[in-house]
Design a binder for this molecule. Structure first.
Ligand SMILES: Cc1cc2nc3c(=O)[nH]c(=O)nc-3n(C[C@H](O)[C@H](O)[C@H](O)COP(=O)(O)OP(=O)(O)OC[C@H]3O[C@@H](n4cnc5c(N)ncnc54)[C@H](O)[C@@H]3O)c2cc1C
Length: 619
């Protein structure tokens, strides 16, 4: 242990993860907390980290309130519709009313925004999206965070939250290790804002072997955003609401600009509009939700999946018409250059020129996120002026642990935030965290050396395990005394894939399969005590795996609890195939007892605040 030097840092606001939400939080914390000590800790390097590392071609959440384009209410209705009714409208409204100001700052900071030549407004790709030349999106927001923080720590993975030993249920900071130096870092902090992104690679990906890592979602997002709060007993919500994406096959290139700007459309292998074919069957399952406009994302996936099962694949995006227009052809290619250049490479390698050949689409393996067309994550307090009593406990975006805040993918119930909304939510969380400190809620926090030393031992244990047990290997890589992170990861992915509704079963699961999945996850948890790491990189992999495994348990528990198929196209409960508004028009909330490791689940009312308020005003 002595070879891992320990560094202590005391601060007021600790931001875990310097992606979109984390940079927003770091920036805003300085605005409200001029004299406070603000630290941001990032696993990679904030200049190129998180889901926006490669850049983006569109900002997907912009109201355009100054031009009367959309109002926050419109966005709430949109997100509610897309998530089949299940969103926290207080959180969504709060984000939407502030998001434009965030985008205007991006513009001031030099993010190249495309403009509509006729109106001078931002160029719309769709009702909510505006187009950018966004290759440098991430370095631009990172600069704002760097100028705001007392210190940014890159290459440190946070593995555990510290808890106050003087007052129950209050956070005291976080600990982690530097993946380059092997040093141990203790951050004792009055508040912690978790902004560590979503979770990829918990379900077996389509691309395995030589293609491993080629997923739609960022491969380095490993569920720390969920595992950190779950481990200390914070409540989580909607963890069953995993997302499946329909994207260009193999490269996972984005389709938004294609549908919205290029007006391309999909068809089956026979050139038919297959979505229509599945209308009656979908109506049987979800009732009038299929008649909503726009069609909820999961239901469009549903038609794709059913058509493929019925033998109508491959499904194609019809690009050959739009690409005859040189301007649209340029937009089609530039769309990839700004964010997913790999798709262009895949097409080149497969001799696909979209001007002459319609490229194939696919549905991805499931991911866990809180900011896209999905809303898994932590159960947080909303803003005081909007939230009903069940949704409010003092500080905006505070989890059910005092002093612990969340933003972006971390926060559940508030879908369709995307990059701009996540940054905005980081700002909201930071403002509340500063207020929490100013209200003297973070006085006399006690974090003993013992707590820190215990975590140190646990963190570096996989290195010790490897050191001791490697000599027992007589051939290959299989050890009698430890498993490697990749072995553990592949085992986790198979469990999730085969039992919890991944691609192996066409996203199908049921109560019995979930029960079995939970048993297998419990045994995996036991074996992960014996994960071995040969170097610091593998140590990171070991901790990523542990975070993924805990996240997976929570996802499985939630999927078991909700006895209906609320989002066909994201997953199916074969034993409860229909949407059941009578019994399940509610949010699901879980808590894992940190002492026993047992989860308990409850139903919490979903309040339709926007239109209810309007109805009340009218009556
Ligand atoms: C493929 C893809 C395409 C998208 N396209 C668009 C688009 O076109 N337009 C749009 O507006 N939005 C888009 N989004 C959504 C947008 O990227 C996300 O909403 C946003 O990045 C979420 O912000 P976040 O801060 O929660 O997560 P991230 O931005 O992913 O940041 C999380 C950060 O936490 C760090 N981290 C993780 N674990 C730890 C740990 N244990 N310790 C320390 N640091 C840690 C990560 O390295 C990362 O930097 C897209 C997302 C994806 C995945």
């Amino acid at each position: 242990m002595a070879k891992h030097k320990t560094h202590y840092e005391d601060c007021d606001v600790l931001v875990v993860g310097g992606g979109m939400a984390g940079t927003g939080a770091t920036f805003e914390a300085r605005h409200w907390g001029r004299d406070m000590k603000i630290i941001c800790v990032e696993k990679a390097n904030i200049d190129r980290s998180g889901a926006v590392a490669q850049g983006l071609y569109a900002i997907n959440c912009y109201m355009g309130m100054q031009w009367g384009e959309n109002q926050p209410e419109d966005h709430v209705r949109y997100a509610r519709n897309d998530l089949m009714g299940m969103v926290r409208e207080d959180l969504g409204y709060d984000m939407a009313r502030h998001v434009d100001s965030t985008v205007h700052m991006f513009d001031e900071w030099g993010l190249p925004m495309m403009k509509n030549e006729k109106t001078g407004r931002y160029l719309r790709e769709g009702k909510w999206q505006i187009m950018i030349h966004g290759e440098s999106y991430k370095p631009i927001v990172a600069e704002a965070a760097k100028k705001s923080a007392d210190k940014i720590y890159n290459r440190i993975m946070i593995t555990h939250l510290l808890m106050d030993e003087a007052q129950e249920n209050r956070v005291g900071g976080a600990v982690g290790f530097n993946m380059r130096t092997g040093d141990y870092h203790v951050f004792r902090s009055k508040t912690v804002i978790v902004a560590a992104g979503g979770a990829s690679h918990i379900f077996k990906p389509r691309a395995v072997g030589e293609g491993m890592g080629r997923t739609w979602y960022a491969p380095w997002s490993n569920g720390s955003a969920y595992a950190l709060p779950i481990a200390v007993g914070a409540k989580m919500t909607q963890m069953e609401n995993r997302i499946v994406l329909c994207r260009f096959k193999d490269g996972y290139g984005p389709v938004g600009a294609y549908f919205l700007h290029l007006k391309t459309y999909t068809q089956n292998a026979n050139g038919e509009n297959y979505e229509k074919k599945w209308y009656d069957q979908t109506k049987e399952l979800v009732g009038e939700y299929i008649d909503h406009h726009p069609t909820p994302t999961c239901l469009r996936n549903h038609a794709f999946i059913q058509e493929t099962i019925a033998g109508g694949g491959p499904i194609h995006m019809v690009t050959t018409e739009a690409f005859q227009d040189p301007h649209l052809e340029t937009v089609g290619w530039e769309n990839f250059l700004g964010m997913t250049v790999g798709q262009a490479v895949v097409w080149a390698s497969q001799n696909i020129d979209p001007k002459y050949t319609n490229p194939e689409l696919t549905t991805s393996e499931p991911y866990v996120m809180g900011s896209h067309a999905t809303c898994s994550g932590a159960w947080v307090s909303g803003p005081e002026d909007l939230s009903p009593p069940e949704y409010f406990w003092g500080y905006n975006r505070m989890l059910t642990i005092d002093g612990l805040f969340g933003a972006g993918d971390t926060v559940g119930g508030s879908a369709h935030k995307f990059s701009s909304g996540s940054f905005t939510e980081g700002r909201l969380a930071a403002k509340a965290a500063v207020k929490y400190i100013n209200d003297k809620k973070a006085e006399d926090i006690k974090v003993t050396d013992k707590q820190c030393e215990d975590f140190k031992e646990a963190i570096f244990k996989p290195l010790e395990t490897y050191q001791v047990a490697q000599n027992e290997i007589t051939g290959g890589t299989v050890s009698p005394s430890y498993i490697s992170p990749i072995q553990g990861l592949q085992r986790l992915q198979r469990i999730m894939d085969e039992y919890v509704g991944g691609i192996a079963t066409n996203y199908m699961t049921n109560g019995n399969m979930l029960k079995r999945g939970l048993e297998l996850l419990a045994w995996l948890e036991e074996d992960l005590e014996k994960v071995g790491a040969e170097d610091l990189h593998q140590l990171m992999r070991a901790w990523e795996l542990k975070h993924r495994a805990l996240t997976s348990q929570c996802v499985t528990e939630h999927t078991m609890f909700r006895e209906e198929t609320r989002w066909p196209g994201y997953y199916y409960r074969g034993d409860h195939m229909k949407l059941d508004d009578d019994n399940w028009h509610c949010l699901t909330v879980s808590r894992r007892d940190p002492k026993t490791g047992k989860f308990s689940l409850e139903k919490v009312p979903v309040y339709h605040i926007v239109d209810e308020n309007e109805k009340r005003k009218a009556s």
